[in-house]
Design a protein around this ligand. Sequence first.
Ligand SMILES: Cc1cc2nc3c(=O)[nH]c(=O)nc-3n(C[C@H](O)[C@H](O)[C@H](O)COP(=O)(O)OP(=O)(O)OC[C@H]3O[C@@H](n4cnc5c(N)ncnc54)[C@H](O)[C@@H]3O)c2cc1C
Length: 400
Amino acid sequence: MVRLVLVLGDQLTDSLSALQQADKHTDVVVMAEVAAEAEYVPHHPKKIAFLFAAMRKFAVHLRAEGWQVAYTKLDDPENAGSIPAELLRRAQDCGAQTVLATEPGEWRLIHALQDVPLTMTLLPDDRFLATHKEFEDWAEGRKALRMEYFYRDMRRKTGLLMDGDKPAGGKWNFDHDNRKPAKPDMFRAGPPKIEVDPILTEVLELVAARFPDNFGTLHPFQFQTDRAGALHALEHFVTQSLPDFGTYQDAMVEGDPYLYHAVIGLYLNAGLLTPLEVCKRVEQAYLDGLAPLNSVEGFIRQIIGWREFVRGVYFLEGPDYPRRNALNHQRKLPAFYWGAETRMNCISQAVGQTRDLAYAHHIQRLMVTGNFALLAGVNPAQVHEWYLAVYADAYEWVEA
Ligand SMILES: Cc1cc2nc3c(=O)[nH]c(=O)nc-3n(C[C@H](O)[C@H](O)[C@H](O)COP(=O)(O)OP(=O)(O)OC[C@H]3O[C@@H](n4cnc5c(N)ncnc54)[C@H](O)[C@@H]3O)c2cc1C
C-alpha cells in the first residue's frame, strides 16, 4: 500500500528519519510551497526565496535518487494552501491512507498534522543531538537550567573536543579569551558568492510578484540554496573566518554585517547541513592546527550547546511558551523595527542590514534589537513575531 512521506521546508536532509523509514520504490514524497506557511507572519522575501529554491532543488535531488516526489509550487492552480490540505489532496490522488513524517519543529504544525484524518506516524527528528526525553531528564529536578552544564553533557555525549573524559585544553569554556573589539577591515572574507541558476531565477520572480510589500529587499540575493552550496559556505567559513571567530565573537563594527560569523544558521535550520557534521569539520580544523581552541570551542558551544538547549527549552515548556508575558510588557513594537527612521545608530544599522540581508549576527540580535525591546517594555509576542519574520534562519523553536 502506498504511503505518503512528508518532507517540510526545514527537513531538506537525506538522513531525515521519515526518508530513512520509507521505501523509495513504493512511497510518494510530498513537498509543498503553501500560503499558510509563507504568510502566517510577513517573512522576509529572501527567507521565502531561500526556502522555496532549496525545496525545489531538494526535490530534484530526491528524484535523481529514485524517489517519486509530488511537489506543489506556490502558484500551482491546484495548490490546496496548507500542509494538511495538501496531504489530503495527495492522499486522494495516490489512494494513500498513511503518512510518514518527521516531527515538525513547531507545536503549531505538530498539532495540525495530528488533526489530519489519515494515519499519521510522527518520527523523532534525530538530526538534533538531544532527544526530548534526554532534555527532560537533564532538566528534571534542577532549580535553574544552565546551558553550560547541558553543554558539558553534550560534549561528553558527542566526544567533541574531549581528551578521554576531560575537556581538550583542560577547560570546558574559553570565553574569557573571546571578548576583543574588532577593527574595520575591508579584507574580511564574509560569506562566499553564489551562482544564480534557472530554479533560483524562477523562485525570485515568484517571490517578487507574490510578496512585494513584505519588509526586506530581495535583490541582490546572496544565499546558497542547495547542499553543495551550503557545504561550500561551511568550508569557506572554516578556512577564512573560523580562526578569528572566537576572539571577535562579541564584537560589532559599523558597516560590517558578518565579521567572523559563519552565516550557516539558515543551512543548519533547513537541513542542508547537520549539526554534527559541522562540529566535526570545525574540530578537524583544530586537530589539524588550522584554528585555535578558543575559536573552535566557542563555535561548537553555539551549536551543541545553545542551539540544542533552546530547542530543549521550547519543547519542555510547551505550546504556550511563545505567548507568555511574565513581565507584562505591553508597549507596541516601534516602527523603526520595520525601517522607520531613528537616530539610534546601532538600531538603525542592525535593522538596515536585516532589511537588506535577512541576517544580523548574534550580538546585534541580542544586545541591540533584543536588549532595546526588553528595556523599552515591548510586548514579547510582537518581538517574537518580528524575529520570526525578518531572519532567513528564523523558526519558532530557535528564536521564541
Ligand atoms: C533575540 C535572538 C533571536 C535569535 N533568533 C534566531 C533564529 O531565529 N534562528 C537562529 O538560528 N538563531 C537565532 N538566534 C541565535 C543566533 O543569533 C543565530 O543563530 C546566529 O546569529 C546565526 O548566524 P551565524 O550562522 O552567522 O552564527 P554564528 O555566530 O556563526 O554561530 C554558529 C551557529 O551557532 C548556532 N547558534 C549561535 N548562537 C545561538 C543561539 N543563541 N541559539 C541557537 N543557536 C545558536 C547557530 O546555528 C549558528 O549558525 C537568535 C539570537 C537572539 C539573541
